[in-house]
Design a protein around this ligand. Structure first.
Ligand code: ATP
Ligand code: MG
Length: 335
């Protein structure tokens, strides 16, 4: 491994730009989907404030972080304002209320790792998961959205990477591969690391946004409209970036020693985080630090078997992008 860290990109890489942009455009949700989401949120809001006047609903995840594909489900967080609530009790109550309206397939999953109510709205056709008091997810959603506003290449790259991961079956946390959230963090880190950098490190700048959630200080520079043009000194095209992203994860990343950290805007060492040993089920075979819950490794789901699957897929993608005459077909071939 690592034997090709300085390989040069194929000369005709920019031939792929139009293909990647076409795929990206085809996955972006149309405006009318946003309208339907608002409609469903208004309906849910009505029920929630009726029962719990102080509670608030927030969208989070891909429907709100700008990295969602068309026809995605939506993720909603019910913020109770009181941290000490019995989540199961609230979810069961919520399910009862929503069943009595004409929402379909309403189910409370109170034993899940993140307990939720699931439902389908027959009017808009949207499916939705509602969790309780998961405000860190709401805040990391805002961070991802803010990063996406700085340079359009982040959204383009993340769409291609997510589309590849879904096509190749490596976006399944229950099978030991990575979440969409983890892939977006990998893309942000990658663009922070280009020279010249395409993204800044928002958590390393002047603090303009600050919240305390579950005893975690979340603060960063969120006036991203002032950062327009930040990445323009770097002229790399989307095709070059996709190539370099997979080349990095296939041949350049040091899986033994390094942790990627968008909080620091750089690599940090496993040693300084004490992530060098297996503790319980945390094996730290690929290390992706959560920007706010810094003891949380998004690679914790990855095990001995799935790290091989992942690395083989990174290498497959890198090889295709380097040598295949028609990479855009091969890259997204169903596994
Ligand atoms: P998809 O388009 O695949 O549904 P998604 O952006 O909704 O993508 P998920 O991985 O389903 O991604 O996660 C939804 C949201 O939940 C993320 O945007 C993030 O805010 C939060 N989240 C998910 N996993 C974690 C985690 N391990 N730690 C902290 N927050 C997480
Ligand atoms: Mg989701």
């Amino acid at each position: 491994r690592n034997h090709r860290s300085h390989i040069e990109c194929r000369g005709d890489i920019n031939r792929l730009n139009a293909h990647f942009l076409e795929i990206y455009e085809s996955l972006i949700p149309p405006e009318e989907e946003k309208e339907k989401q608002k409609q469903l949120m208004a309906l849910l809001n009505k029920h929630v404030t009726n029962e719990w006047p102080k509670a608030q609903l927030f969208l989070y995840g891909s429907c709100a972080n700008s990295f969602g594909f068309r026809k995605s489900d939506i993720d909603v967080c019910l913020a109770m304002g009181d941290a000490d609530v019995d989540k199961s009790e609230i979810l069961l109550k919520l399910a009862d209320i929503l069943k009595s309206d004409n929402l379909e397939n309403v189910q409370a999953l109170t034993r899940a790792r993140v307990p939720i109510v699931k439902l389908m709205d027959p009017i808009t056709g949207i499916s939705c998961d509602i969790c309780v008091n998961n405000m860190l997810a709401v805040v990391n959603t805002k961070l991802l959205l803010d990063y996406s506003k700085i340079d359009v290449r982040l959204r383009q790259l993340a769409f291609i990477v997510k589309h590849w991961a879904k096509s190749r079956g490596v976006n399944e946390t229950y099978q030991g591969t990575l979440s969409s959230y983890a892939y977006v963090l990998m893309c942000i880190h990658f663009l922070q690391q280009r020279t010249p950098s395409i993204l800044p490190c928002l958590q390393g700048m002047e603090v303009t946004y600050k919240v305390n959630v579950d005893n975690v200080e979340c603060c960063y520079f969120d006036q991203v409209e002032k950062l327009q043009g930040f990445g323009s000194r770097n002229g790399e095209s989307i095709a070059q970036l996709v190539w370099a992203f997979f080349n990095y994860w296939a041949y350049c990343h040091d899986y033994t020693n390094d942790v990627i950290s968008i909080r620091m805007g750089s690599l940090i060492s496993k040693r300084e985080k004490d992530w060098t040993r297996r503790i319980g089920n945390d094996r730290h075979l690929i290390c992706i630090e959560d920007p706010f819950e810094v003891s949380h490794d998004l690679g914790r789901v990855v095990d001995k078997r799935s790290i091989r699957v992942l690395r083989e897929e990174f290498e497959r993608a890198a090889e295709i992008l380097q040598y295949d005459p028609n990479p855009c077909v091969k890259l997204f071939e169903p596994y």
